[in-house]
Write a protein that binds this ligand. Sequence first.
Ligand SMILES: [Zn+2]
Ligand SMILES: [Zn+2]
Length: 258
Amino acid sequence: MIAERAISWVLTVAAVYALLLGTYVVSCIAVSRLNRRLAPVKIQARDTPPSQISRDRKQSLVSLAAIAAMFGTGHWLYAEFGWGLAPAEGLAGTILSLIASLVLFDTWFYWFHRLVHTRRFYRLVHRWHHLTVTPVVWSNNSDRLLDNLFLQSYWLVAHFLVPAAPAVLLAHKLYDQITGVVGHSGYEHGGVWCLPPSPLVGVTHHDQHHRFFRCNYATHFTLWDRLMGTLHPEHDSELKRNIAATAAAKRAPRLPAE
Ligand SMILES: [Zn+2]
Ligand SMILES: [Zn+2]
């Protein structure tokens, strides 16, 4: 019995790792291709050194394993022992539980992110991620293990916090994985759905976090940053500028050589 449970835990974590790694690689390649057409409107003029990109790629393999271990363990405890809240039923329950998980994770991320930016934790926990000042798609999961314990441990306990079905949490995690990669891409891919009063973050939000450091701590929405006064003062104006620049670059005719 114990051996069977151990095997099911290993298989669960391995399946989550394969899914997260596959999503990371596919979304990094897909967004890099989209970036090519937008070369003139790159948010930061600075280039990221190849050695830094390679560091971020390698570290992501480790970080994603840590996230898979937490997500997989949370799911395994729920599936094997029924640990956690029963899922909300019906279509409305599914949608509401997804929204609740998005808001809750954003809250978790915002406050723990602020904590790891304090003098006490920064060097040991979070500095690694910020050594890449001009992020690229591959930078999304370049974090130390300790950093993941703070920011990503939500996935270990999510079933105790939100009455969500496993498929809802998985859909949320994949959304987080893809938007995280887009958010580190260095090009504003957000459209009108990211313009205020929409609460959704565009790429500019986290790009400013890497550039200016003490602002824009949330991950899905701008709500907490607005509420706590941590949104960069020029966030909205730069976002509008970057969205307009991307739209203009997309409208521009392609050169025959491309
Ligand atoms: Zn940070
Ligand atoms: Zn980042």
